[in-house]
Design a protein around this ligand. Structure first.
Ligand code: NAP
Length: 180
């Protein structure tokens, strides 16, 4: 549902490899939603997106954000945005998306990408769905991975702005708090 309000839906190549998501709006589940096809944006510095991935099927407008050095050839229908260096520069990419007219960008994950977004404070709203299940285990996926938090400067404060029961779980919404 949230994708219907976005101009672009962004994921890292780790999510594409792990889940092969379509990143489309599932209109069959929300027939009342406005007809809107957000851009799919894949962060893939080295060109690791599998050739058969759903995000390359041409069914939705798609951008691959990659590095200057990647020599991977992409299908013609895919728009390629290249970073100056060896890795995708998320801040620069967001300005490129803005220049292309995108104003609402939804970054879905995975955990490494969310770590970059949060640590670089590149978000103005964070939405977390707490499902009514428990997983556990040392390899259970977490919201954020990436580099370890090194002391108080690495802690990102949040202000809760919403609590909404959804399907037995709860949807929490936050905005960035003041930096400690
Ligand atoms: N619960 C949910 O809603 C949800 C949503 C999405 C994903 N997931 C889960 O998350 C897992 C995948 O997460 P993941 O952490 O392995 O991978 P990820 O965050 O999806 O992708 C990480 C990769 O993205 C590339 N990347 C490009 N620019 C980046 C940047 N600025 N910051 C970070 N990464 C950047 C890097 O590869 P290169 O260096 O090659 O570019 C990096 O290795 C899957 O298990 C998936 O199921 C869950």
């Amino acid at each position: 549902m949230m994708r219907t309000t976005a101009d672009a839906v962004v994921v890292g190549v780790g999510t594409v490899i792990a889940d092969d998501p379509s990143l489309r709006v599932h209109r069959e589940m929300i027939p009342e939603s406005p007809v809107r096809n957000p851009w799919r944006v894949i962060l893939d510095s080295k060109g690791r997106t599998p050739a058969a991935a759903k995000v390359l099927d041409g069914s939705q407008p798609t951008i691959i954000a990659t590095s200057a050095g990647s020599t991977r050839a992409w299908p013609e229908h895919v728009q390629v945005l290249r970073a100056m260096g060896e890795h995708v520069d998320l801040r620069h990419l967001l300005t490129q998306l803005y220049d292309l007219g995108m104003r609402t960008v939804m970054i879905e994950g995975g955990s490494k990408v969310l770590a970059s977004v949060v640590r670089e404070r590149l978000f103005d709203r964070l939405t977390v769905f707490i499902a009514p299940v428990l997983v556990g285990g040392t390899t259970a996926p977490s919201l954020m991975s990436g580099p370890e938090c090194e002391g108080p400067d690495g802690v990102v404060a949040l202000v809760r702005t919403g609590v909404q029961p959804v399907d037995g779980g709860v949807l929490l919404t936050f905005i960035p708090g003041r930096h400690a």
